[in-house]
Design a protein around this ligand. Structure first.
Ligand code: RVP
Length: 502
């Protein structure tokens, strides 16, 4: 007979946190959001900890190198999407690792034979108005000029005009050698009243750009997630098919941590990938696995040797797995059960395996709930897709700015490896949709607001750390009527406000 679980599974929106006693030192400034990323033994520290408990989803529409840099600057981590050729994924990882705070690898490049029209397309795509002109149009080609919006006037020029005719040529540029420090670069920028300074090597090849605004913002990021060599920490997604080629390339590119990206992780395929890592790299290479939704799945991946375990099936904003296959579980119930299994496992073995709640985080307070229920960090797709730093287009739909957001199981992403169950069938039906999410501005502004809500809620709960929140949170299931009571009700709103974080 089939196993029946007759208790309904619940999602975050059905729970609330209840306050605990808060002493006078329980203030948001005293809260630490530091959290372990990979497993560790009792009494030891995790080899990698996040400074904030958020990671961005392993998705084409969410996590590229730009997102990874922006999130690491704030103390979190991105897993660069794996549904792309190995070389391009490794290149993204390498770009994050070679990023020196304040030093940018130019993302807007063109050859002198390009046209004004192409400059305008590039500007629309990247949102940047400074374009490097290199002989071959690449980010590290020989620098022959720069184009900024001051170099052309669309109303007076033919769109077919060649870049070489209106760029500021190399001989008129202020530039510096590639070993220039950030402080020196900044001095040059101020002395010459520049917006940007190209750094070139001995062969005149473009290495970095230093922008005035990046120098300013760098000074604000004390929480950034960096390795021993002061490089940003970055993760990468892998699959259960081409792992023997992909993993070595990602490790060579400098990936700090890997994660098997799969809609369903309770499979022998995951064990095989983890075994591959252990037999080739021992414990040096860290790899997370998932997704699972119950104790059995957790124990399987724990025994298989996963460094962290990801929870969640079917809760993602763009996910239709539950509709298509009838597979999944309410995210809150899944986190609660798996966290209990993790705590018992820790008791028995002395090994603490961090848990990641993945998908279905709609409101900021859902993050705090996920943490309170036992997650160590939270993976989000929709949340990050709304920001400037996500890789997708910003489009105007009926007067509102939106960003595109599509699932890895959609026809657009064609990430069949994520849904692979062996055999040769490729994505025979979709498990994700292609959608828009409201554009929300910069990652930094939105994330700091969300984190300040988490800190403040933790103070209400009377705790200053995530491990203490795990232990002392009081959580109540609420009725449907209480959910209605939770919003403004029985009043007529004077103006409709945009809901941030939803
Ligand atoms: P959300 O944060 O609710 O947008 O969910 C993101 C998560 O959804 C991802 O981390 C992944 O686990 C899942 N996902 C990604 N693509 C799809 C799909 O196409 N069904 N689901």
């Amino acid at each position: 007979m089939a196993v029946y679980i007759n208790e309904p599974s619940h999602t975050f929106g059905e729970y609330l946190l209840m306050p605990g006693y808060s002493s006078t030192d329980c203030i948001p400034d005293n809260v630490s959001l530091k959290t372990p990323l990979v497993k560790f033994r009792k009494g030891e520290q995790s080899a990698i900890s996040l400074n904030i408990p958020t990671v961005s989803a392993i998705m084409q529409s969410v996590s590229d190198d730009t997102m990874a840099i922006a999130l690491a600057k704030e103390g979190g981590l991105s897993f660069i999407y794996g549904s792309q050729p190995i070389e391009s994924q490794a290149k993204m990882v390498a770009r994050v690792k070679s990023y020196r705070a304040g030093f940018v690898v130019s993302d807007s490049n063109i050859s002198p034979e390009g046209t004004l029209e192409e400059i305008l397309v590039l500007k629309k795509k990247t949102g940047h108005s400074t374009v490097a002109v290199t002989t071959d149009g690449t980010e590290d080609g020989k620098l022959v000029g720069i184009v900024t919006s001051r170099d052309y006037r669309i109303s007076r020029m033919d769109l077919k005009t060649k870049v070489k005719e209106f760029m500021t040529p190399f001989e008129n540029l202020v530039w510096a050698p590639d070993n220039t420090t950030l402080k020196e670069a900044n001095d040059i920028i101020w002395e010459h009243k520049l917006n940007c300074l190209p750094l070139i090597d001995s062969k005149q090849k473009l290495v970095f750009m230093v922008f005035r605004k990046d120098y300013d913002s760098h000074k604000e990021n004390e929480n950034e997630l960096i390795d021993d060599f002061k490089r940003f920490v970055v993760g990468a997604g892998v699959n259960t098919r081409d792992y023997a080629e992909r993993i070595p390339a990602l490790i060579a590119a400098g990936a700090d941590v890997l994660c098997i990206d799969s809609s369903e992780g309770f499979t022998e395929w995951q064990k095989i990938v983890i075994q591959y890592v252990r037999s080739n790299y021992g414990d040096k290479v860290k790899i997370g696995a998932g997704n699972i939704v119950d104790k059995e799945g957790f124990l399987f991946l724990a025994e298989a040797g996963a460094d962290f375990i990801k929870i969640g099936i079917g809760g993602g904003a763009i996910c239709i797995t539950r509709e298509q296959k009838g597979i999944g579980r309410g995210q809150a119930t899944a986190v609660i059960e798996v966290a209990k299994a993790r705590d018992d496992y820790f008791e028995e073995t002395g090994i603490y395996i961090p848990l990641c709640s993945d998908g279905g985080t709609v409101h900021d307070y859902h993050m705090t709930l996920a943490l309170a229920m036992g997650a160590d960090f939270i993976m989000m797709g929709r949340y990050f897709a709304r920001f400037d730093e996500s890789p997708t287009n910003k489009v105007n739909i009926k007067g509102n700015y939106m960003k595109e957001y599509w699932g890895e199981g959609s026809e657009r992403a064609k990430n069949w490896q994520r849904y692979d169950l062996g055999g040769s069938s490729k994505l025979s039906f979709e498990e994700g949709v292609d959608s828009y999410v409201p554009y929300a501005g910069s990652l930094k502004d939105n994330l700091s607001l969300s984190l300040s809500k988490i800190r403040s809620t933790m103070c209400n709960c009377g705790v200053l750390t995530i491990p203490k929140l795990h232990k002392h949170a009081k959580i109540t299931l609420i009725s449907e009527t209480s959910i209605i009571e939770g919003g403004s009700h029985d009043v007529m709103l004077k103006e409709s406000k945009q809901i941030i974080g939803s």
